[in-house]
Design a protein around this ligand. Structure first.
Ligand code: ATP
Length: 604
């Protein structure tokens, strides 16, 4: 039990874990704890005859899953689901689990295969710094916040040795490339480049001394993750050769220069907007020229594709100058599409580098690290998708929990009676059910593609779904919105911009521009982009929610086919203070976290 609210007894005795039914609760100490994850500790849990009876630890979960594979207990494949709010410690925990398997499932003692195996373990672990550099960012809630979800499958051979891995990522927050929330930063990789570049690289990336970038706010804030050399080293290990690295970094440098390109207001609607005559015109033009050179595209074409839209009327083409806002949207869109595709390419490269041949592995242990439930002042499509994912996982957890309880009752000869639990099926029906749901209506409005999208969506929602108890509208709100009662709380979603985000259109002129790039990586990435995924208007045929729902359904299928293990990470205070527990900040946030904390206090 806590001796004071701020320094619970468990901190003093280094008890950061507790079992709570079928869940392991992990309290974030916000400070590296000596010897908590050392090699000796790993070995201790690995060789322990009854790990369940040892001091609660993440390695118990890891070992239990490993022994299930060894014992070929059905379902033999395992999933370790790590959940919790932003900053609670999911990524840290996932890394610990990966290190554990890279150690205990290593065959480095077998002389014959030492080299290959050492390489694969190293490569699997090296995928982390790369994905974190490109997919994590410093936010108000966490200096190293993952802006994507990931499921990594560690592949084990017949002797349960780690022979490879594969990664699946979900919904990268690509808007961050061009729009960073107040007091937050862009993805780490940009700051790593800025801070870690040699003079030669700065020259190559056309960064003038002291140049600042619109898309790099809070560059003076330094975080632990700003280490460029770690990313480069990991890239080397994974086999990203120096030419490819050069191509990657010039693309990123091009994105940064692009962010400094701004447009002036329209004076004559028949003419394209000028680039801003801010300090001096040559400066603004300079950014565009630099961006064009770094992205290896003709500067004139870049300028035109940002400022002029090509409308097709039958066989004819009409050129229409864009407004100032439209130009900025196109600029941002260009940056986002490049970054998102680059990220996807990196993940594919990592997979090619670490994935074992299908014939060499027989089982896997999957580690799922997904964004926790989100509720901000302003919530939009990103939060809708994230919270939908959490609803799905919650449903999976509840089903598993009830099944485990039932089995326990039956094995003890007790009568199993119906237990009331937080049923989130109706919320899932609201979001994805058929024939009508929030997602289906959102897609329907996207297909109509009218100017008054937001209004239409709002009207359709109210007409079709107002009977559903999980959706409501705040009568006093002036913004078009809808409120969903999720299992973890009520969230008000802004409708403004949601339909457009779901369409995620990329003007075809931008794709053609990128296809003309002389940068071999851009060429490679965009070569197949006219493969029918886009309509003639540049609209993606597959909407964001459809794609996300699909990938989540695949994930759920995998989870259902495995033996799950749950770890709930708890953030003990909101400003990431080491060894500090603030009950008021933690208890009110989520009923599930509160429950876990109650259990922790009862059981210490
Ligand atoms: N077991 C631990 N020991 C020491 N420090 C930890 C531990 N777990 C987490 N931390 C600290 O907390 C920070 C936040 O953890 P982490 O990035 O894993 O959170 P997260 O749940 O993945 O957040 P997000 O959802 O924003 O990605 C880490 O950068 C690290 O400093």
């Amino acid at each position: 039990v806590c001796d004071t609210l701020h320094k619970p007894a468990r901190y003093r005795v280094h008890m950061f874990y507790t079992h709570a039914g079928c869940t392991l609760v992990a309290l974030n100490p916000f400070r590296p704890v000596p010897d908590l994850y050392s090699l000796d500790v790993m070995k201790e849990y690995h060789h322990c005859p009854q790990p369940q009876e040892s001091k609660p630890h993440i390695f118990i979960v890891a070992e239990e899953a490993y022994r299930n594979v060894q014992g070929q207990v059905e379902p033999v494949d395992q999933s370790l689901v790590v959940s919790g709010e932003s900053g609670a410690g999911k990524t840290w925990t996932s890394r610990c689990l990966m290190k554990y398997y890279a150690t205990v499932a290593s065959s480095s003692s077998l002389e014959t295969s030492q080299n290959t195996v050492e390489r694969i373990e190293r490569r699997v672990l090296d995928s982390n710094p790369i994905m974190e550099a490109f997919g994590n960012a410093c936010t108000l809630r966490n200096n190293n916040s993952s802006r994507f979800g990931k499921y990594i499958q560690l592949q084990l051979d017949r002797c349960q040795l780690l022979v490879g891995a594969s990664v699946q990522t979900y919904l990268l927050e690509k808007t961050r490339v061009a729009n960073q929330p107040t007091n937050e930063r862009n993805f780490h990789i940009f700051y790593q480049m800025m801070k870690g570049a040699t003079d030669e690289q700065r020259l190559e990336w056309m960064m003038s001394p002291g140049q600042t970038f619109q898309w790099l706010p809070n560059a003076d804030k330094t975080v632990e993750e700003d280490c460029f050399s770690d990313t480069l080293e990991a890239m080397d290990h994974l086999g990203v050769d120096s030419d490819r690295q050069k191509q990657i970094f010039t693309i990123l440098a091009g994105i940064l220069q692009l962010g400094n390109v701004t447009f002036s207001t329209w004076t004559d609607e028949s003419q394209p907007c000028n680039l801003t005559e801010d300090v001096c015109l040559s400066f603004a033009v300079d950014f565009l020229l630099r961006a064009a050179e770094l992205l290896c595209v003709p500067a004139d074409d870049l300028q035109t594709s940002l400022r002029v839209r090509t409308l097709r009327a039958g066989k004819h083409q009409v050129l229409k100058p864009c407004s100032q806002t439209e130009c900025s949207v196109r600029r941002d869109c260009l940056a986002k599409v490049i970054y998102a595709e680059l990220f996807e390419w990196l993940v594919m490269f990592i997979n090619n580098s670490i994935c074992a041949d299908q014939s060499t592995w027989s089982n896997f242990i999957g580690v799922l690290d997904v964004y926790g439930f989100e509720c901000f002042q302003m919530n939009n499509l990103e939060q809708l998708c994230i919270n939908y994912a959490n609803e799905k996982l919650q449903q999976h957890f509840v089903a598993h929990y009830l099944k485990a309880q039932q089995e326990e009752y039956v094995s003890e000869g007790l009568e199993w009676s119906f237990v009331r639990y937080q049923d989130n099926q109706s919320c899932l029906d609201l979001m994805e059910g058929s024939p009508t749901s929030v997602f289906s209506l959102l897609n329907e409005v996207c297909r109509l593609n009218r100017a008054s999208d937001a209004k239409t969506f709002r009207v359709r929602l109210e007409k079709e779904l107002s009977e559903n108890a999980n959706i409501s509208w705040n009568k006093f709100s002036t913004e078009p919105h809808f409120t969903v009662s999720h299992y973890a709380g009520r969230v008000e979603y802004q409708i403004h911009g949601m339909v457009e985000k779901n369409k995620d259109p990329v003007p075809p002129e931008l794709i053609s521009l990128l296809q003309s790039s002389k940068n071999p990586l851009i060429q490679h990435i965009f070569a197949e982009k006219d493969d029918g995924k886009q309509t003639s208007k540049g609209l993606s045929k597959v909407t964001v929610v459809s794609k996300f729902k699909n990938s989540l359904e695949n994930l759920m299928k995998i989870l259902h086919s495995t033996t799950p293990h749950y770890t709930r990470c708890i953030k003990p205070n909101q400003d990431c203070q080491p060894l500090t527990f603030r009950k008021d900040e933690t208890f009110s946030r989520c009923w599930y976290d509160s429950l876990c904390l109650c259990l922790m206090n009862m059981w210490t």
